[in-house]
Write a protein that binds this ligand. Structure first.
Ligand SMILES: Nc1ncnc2c1ncn2[C@@H]1O[C@H](COP(=O)(O)OP(=O)(O)O)[C@@H](O)[C@H]1O
Ligand SMILES: [Mg+2]
Length: 284
């Protein structure tokens, strides 16, 4: 009976001339077993070649950079898609619902005074259409930052927070910046998305009763803090990126604008998400 065992390896060692060298390859052992004795190794083959770890590191760095560019593109495409869906919902679907409402009103007006039952039924349909129209408008806000573009980040965040409180029952407080200095649109959009994603996490994971959002305009940067009083989390999970897509996409969005997002949390003591985005440097 014989068997072959192959083990790949990569090893670094210091040569007699004090320089280091890396080798990779495989060790193959062939052994056979006799009845009387244990395994007998027939042959050990060493197959190796020198490698330049710097070269592999460069390849790794390049793949990481490509992956980052791809993530950036994906986020942009996702934003464009959301913007389109939001506009369709707001400008098309909602307008049509409005038109149906008006037609129902007109139908009611043309009914003979005796048709009380039909009038009541049409009234009920009218209220349904109205509620549907409100929901569609909320959905459009949630999907996209047209509100950020139209109303500015502070107002858009306040509206979103209002909607969040209604949906989740979690109390919310918004601390506005002292000045009304305009925030560059790409920074505003990024912070709006980070707020959406973080509030989503508060609603889903934190078991919090209170959330505070603070928007602050610093001399050279804008910062957004989302603080909850929930169960907290292990920030090491964030560091090692074992989290879901939400945390990853927040970090990537901020990185694309040379900014950062940090999580400060202790188990049982809530979570602070702090996004920090520098103002873009004007081209000379
Ligand atoms: N505010 C928070 N409170 C408690 N845990 C959180 C909070 N935010 C994030 N987490 C934890 O981090 C994990 C990763 O979050 P995320 O990347 O958004 O992915 P997902 O929400 O899809 O699980 C969550 O599953 C949750 O365990
Ligand atoms: Mg999430």
């Amino acid at each position: 009976m014989g068997s072959t065992l192959k083990k790949d390896f990569m090893a670094g060692y210091i040569r007699s001339d004090s320089r280091s060298e890396w080798k990779e390859g495989a060790v193959t052992t062939q052994k056979h077993t006799t009845q009387a004795r244990g395994p007998i190794i027939d042959a050990v083959t060493l197959d190796s070649r020198s490698v330049d770890p710097g070269h592999d590191q460069n390849r790794l760095d390049r793949s990481r950079e490509e992956l980052r560019m791809l993530t950036g593109k994906l986020l942009t495409v996702q934003d464009e898609e959301r913007r389109r869906i939001s506009r369709d919902l707001h400008d098309d679907v909602n307008q049509r619902l409005g038109a149906i409402g008006l037609q129902l009103d007109s139908l009611c007006r043309h009914l003979p005074a005796s048709s009380t039952l039909i009038r009541r039924r049409i009234g009920a349909i009218r209220r349904h259409v109205s509620r549907l129209s409100d929901d569609v408008r909320q959905l459009a806000y949630r999907f996209h930052e047209t509100t950020v573009e139209d109303l500015g980040l502070a107002v858009a965040l306040q509206r979103y927070l209002h909607d969040f409180v209604k949906r989740t029952g979690i109390k919310a407080k918004f601390i506005k910046p002292h000045s009304a200095m305009p925030i560059p649109p790409q920074l505003a959009t990024c912070l709006y998305r980070i707020a959406q994603e973080s509030l989503g996490n508060v609603g889903l994971h934190a078991q919090a009763s209170q959330v505070t959002i603070q928007l602050a305009l610093l001399p050279d940067a804008v910062s957004l803090t989302i603080r909850d009083n929930g169960v907290g989390m292990n920030p090491d999970d964030v560091q090692s990126r074992t989290g879901g897509l939400g945390i990853l996409s927040m970090q990537e969005r901020a990185r694309l604008l040379n900014g950062s997002v940090e999580w400060h949390s202790t188990t049982g003591a809530g979570t602070d998400v702090v996004a920090h985005l520098p103002y873009p440097v004007e081209a000379p």
